[in-house]
Design a protein around this ligand. Structure first.
Ligand code: ATP
Ligand code: MG
Length: 438
């Protein structure tokens, strides 16, 4: 460390890294709620959880996502392993890592696999609403399946998730990029088209014209909208098999009443996609309106050293989905607290903690009033705490109760203020009265 660094270590205010947010309990409850919905849903669709490392070797992403992509060009957190000089990267997305794991563990030897992941990703972007440098994604990947039925299954899975969360303002856009041969022809036509309008191309577009012209279609530069509008579309270059795949997908979506629009300009940020690409978008989140995106990536497994195998998947942004839940005024369930233990005299603490252990083992959630340097505090202040804790019941371990080996249970929420004493020798006989019905 340089001297300057050492000094700044001593004096610097210790705050979180820009774009990397603390998720405090109030917001974390919503994240956990979403995750538990997702886990239930994934189980019903027979997708199984996979957890890959947050750090991978840098070449995985360069080979996987493509050199001329926003992520690889400017968004990765890469660093040198200080022992052997390897270049490592905080994962900017999880598909490449999942494919690496699938190949490394020969997971496709006995047929296709349906997988999902939940976890943090890292991209060095300009932080703003819905765009952070550390953010959670939930993703589903189906590897080893060729047919459009699995593309459809994944889209239906996402639609089922919106339904389960209560989201209504989500639109589906679809496109097909075709197979490599078709993409190549389209690419040549695209380059020829953009060369005609070289004077309107911005710096990014000029740089990508010969390396990755498809990405130009994705531009957000208003000055280029006209040339992008008139550019050749991937859909016009699809052969019969690619068209049949696209039609197969649409037929299943139609049969399921899933609304979609075909957006011939839709391309995705990573190079690995072929055939189907799709996005779920909303108007409610400003410019960060894409909540979920994905598509087919039939060549990635081979590109990362595996035996050729088709694949398709999507990823959703947890922050954007939860922002939309909030925007629509939908409730997320916070964990409910059953009881708050009120302890007027510290001498009761051994008995109280023993009792609470039994209650918790029986499934009751209970918060204990903790002692401070001045003892337990007044009954009044303890009841205040009990109230603000949100607990439905107060458990009062008063001197009277304790001498009779009892506890008084007082209702805090139903307005009745009703209370009754129960014997500590017979917890099993009354424990269910404490448990929340939700
Ligand atoms: P965008 O066009 O918004 O940059 P992307 O094409 O880079 O998105 P993907 O890499 O496909 O996005 O990631 C899937 C989803 O993850 C996005 O649709 C979005 O909901 C979410 N996401 C992507 N980048 C971020 C970020 N920096 N912060 C929060 N969520 C993000
Ligand atoms: Mg991006």
């Amino acid at each position: 460390m340089t001297e300057k660094n050492v000094n700044s270590v001593k004096s610097e205010k210790l705050t979180a890294v820009k774009g990397m947010n603390d998720v405090l309990p109030a917001d974390s409850a919503a994240v956990e709620w979403l995750e538990s919905r997702v886990r239930g849903l994934m189980a019903r669709y027979a997708y199984r959880n996979i957890r890959t490392p947050i750090v991978e070797r840098t070449p995985l992403f360069i080979r996987g996502l493509g050199e001329v992509t926003d992520i690889v060009e400017k968004e990765m957190y890469s660093f040198e392993d200080r022992l052997n000089g390897d270049s490592l990267t905080l994962r900017p997305e999880a598909t490449a890592g999942v494919v690496r794991a699938v190949v490394e563990h020969s997971m496709l030897y006995d047929g296709g696999k349906r997988l999902y992941y939940i976890g943090p990703m890292f991209r060095h972007e300009r932080p703003q609403r819905g765009r952070y440098r550390q953010f959670d994604q939930i993703g589903a990947e189906a590897l080893g399946f060729t047919g459009p039925d699995v593309d459809a299954e994944l889209i239906l899975l996402a639609v089922a998730l919106w339904q389960e969360l209560g989201l209504t303002d989500v639109r589906l856009e679809l496109n097909s990029l075709g197979q490599p041969q078709e993409r190549l022809k389209h690419r040549q036509a695209l380059i020829a088209h953009f060369e005609q309008y070289a004077e309107v191309l911005d710096e990014d577009a000029k740089r990508r014209l010969h390396s990755n012209p498809l990405r130009i279609l994705d531009t957000k530069n208003p000055a280029m909208q006209a040339v992008v509008e008139s550019a050749p579309r991937p859909l016009d270059y699809l052969g019969d098999a690619s068209l049949a795949h696209f039609d197969g997908l649409k037929a299943i979506l139609d049969a399921n009443g899933v609304a979609y629009t075909v957006n011939p300009r839709l391309v995705r940020g990573m190079d690995y996609y072929n055939l189907t690409v799709f996005e779920f978008t909303t108007d409610r989140l400003g410019s960060q309106g894409t909540v979920c995106a994905g598509g087919r990536y039939d060549y990635l497994v081979e590109q990362l050293g595996g035996k050729p195998a088709p694949a398709v998947g999507w990823a959703l942004g947890v922050d954007r989905v939860l922002e939309l839940v909030k925007e629509q005024g939908l409730a997320t369930l916070a964990p409910a607290l059953d009881a708050y233990a009120i302890v007027p005299d510290a001498s009761a603490l051994p008995l109280v903690l023993k009792t609470l252990q039994t209650l918790r083992a029986a499934g009751v959630s209970v918060q204990m009033h903790a002692s401070s340097g001045e003892g337990m505090g007044s009954m009044k202040s303890q009841f205040k705490r009990a109230d603000s804790s949100g607990a439905r019941f107060a458990l009062i371990f008063g001197t009277d109760e304790v001498s009779k080996n009892q506890v008084t249970i007082k209702s805090l929420r139903d307005g009745s203020g009703g209370q009754a004493s129960h014997s500590l020798a017979n917890i099993a006989g009354w424990v269910s009265t404490l448990q929340s019905l939700t």
